[in-house]
Design a protein around this ligand. Structure first.
Ligand code: NAP
Ligand code: ZN
Length: 352
């Protein structure tokens, strides 16, 4: 066992602060990774502040972080796909039972016994898992991804959650050429959704509450931008969308977006607001519209997404910060004040 540096929250109102956490020695199938960058996902904030207490109560101390890019430092005897020096990545999952129908289908995210990168029981060391706001992590090779060499490491880190969470439902719902796709909420997930939908060839419309993000939305690949608080702008798109991805982190009127769907159109929820949303039945009944959800993506599809981003040269727009600024970053993220993802430079942790 090794002790490594990390940042943890000790309780739901506590600030993140330096701690030491244990990491296991790499077993036969394990890859040990020195973490270079870790993105800050809004799920980290929901978890640290225990906002999902009814569904996933947070166990403290909580070391968040599931958008990890790093350098392999050691591998177990049986590891064949990685060697020391390789660039490697880890997302939201570090294990699953690997025997159930979901795992066999490459949909490990739906396994009934998943081990998430943080806040899950740790089978190896006891206690619970600790995420990427740390110096190093040890992960079974099945859950370690390859980062295309042309991608910048700081900007690639957010692909491990924001990238796959938006890529997976858009592939599932056939977003592409000739389709009109909406993206609600231009945050970490939303801005990746715009880039990916544009690369897939769709006509992309962004819905934002922030007037100051309008020019960015167009630069990121949107064909049109709608200020969602403007009823006239909204009604111009009534009944016209094939697909809408809802990536909003807080309470909002989802029925307003359902009304923008065409016949058989789908709106997929990836945002996970702590409180239930209210849905007007008639919006779904008319035109046979559907509302669904989506959770990250399986390992195979995560690699496919990384390769797609490599081929299209797509990374997140990141504001790189030292770990010492993490609490300030959380406050800004809560106010939707980030363009468009914080990526923590973990060298700042090693120099503490
Ligand atoms: P984020 O960067 O904070 O983006 C959320 C965006 O929602 C904001 O930038 C803002 O966009 C919009 N928004 C509208 N009203 C808001 C309000 N009252 N408060 C805050 N934001 C508001 O968050 P993220 O990291 O992209 O994550 C978005 C959500 O997805 C979170 O709930 C997160 O937990 C969830 N998530 C789900 C999965 C999954 O697997 N399903 C994976 C990762 C994250 P505008 O300024 O453009 O309005
Ligand atoms: Zn995430």
């Amino acid at each position: 066992m090794n002790n490594v540096k990390a940042y943890a929250a000790g309780g739901e109102t506590a600030a993140l602060a330096p701690v030491t956490i244990p990491r296991r020695d790499p077993g036969e199938h394990d890859v040990q990774i020195e973490i270079l960058f870790c993105g800050i996902c809004h799920s980290d904030l929901h978890t640290v502040r225990n906002e999902w207490k009814d569904e996933f109560a947070t166990v403290y101390p909580c070391v968040p972080g599931h958008e990890i890019v790093g350098r392999v430092t050691k591998v177990g005897r049986a590891v064949t796909s990685f060697q020391p020096g390789d660039l490697a990545a880890v997302g939201c999952l570090v294990d699953s039972d690997r025997t159930c129908a979901d795992c066999k289908a490459g949909l490990e995210q739906f396994c009934a016994n998943p081990t998430f990168t943080y806040n899950s029981p740790d089978e190896h060391l006891g206690g619970h898992t600790y995420g990427g706001y740390s110096d190093a992590i040890v992960v079974d090779e099945h859950f370690v991804l390859r980062v295309p060499a042309n991608l910048d490491a700081a900007g690639a880190a957010p692909l491990l959650c924001a990238g796959i969470t938006t890529y997976s439902p858009m592939r599932h719902w056939n977003v592409g050429k000739g389709k009109k796709a909406g993206v609600v909420g231009l945050g970490g997930l939303g801005h990746m959704a715009v880039k990916i939908a544009h690369a897939l060839g769709a006509h992309v419309v962004v819905f934002t509450t922030s007037a100051n993000k309008k020019d960015d939305a167009l630069r990121l690949g949107a064909d049109e931008v709608v200020l969602s608080r403007n009823a006239d702008e909204m009604s111009r798109h009534a009944g016209s969308f094939d697909f809408i991805l809802d990536a909003v982190a807080a309470d909002h009127d989802i029925s307003a977006y359902i009304n923008l769907l065409a016949r058989d159109g789908n709106i997929t929820l990836v945002g996970a607001p702590p409180k239930p949303l209210s849905v007007a039945a008639f919006g779904l009944l008319f035109r046979r519209r559907s509302l669904s959800g989506s959770l990250i993506g399986g390992i195979r599809e995560t690699q496919e997404m990384l390769d797609f981003c490599g081929a299209h040269n797509l990374t997140a727009d990141v504001e790189v910060i030292p770990i010492q600024k993490v609490n300030e970053a959380y406050d800004r993220l809560a106010r939707a004040d980030v363009k468009y993802r914080f990526s923590i430079d973990m060298a700042s942790l090693r120099s503490e």
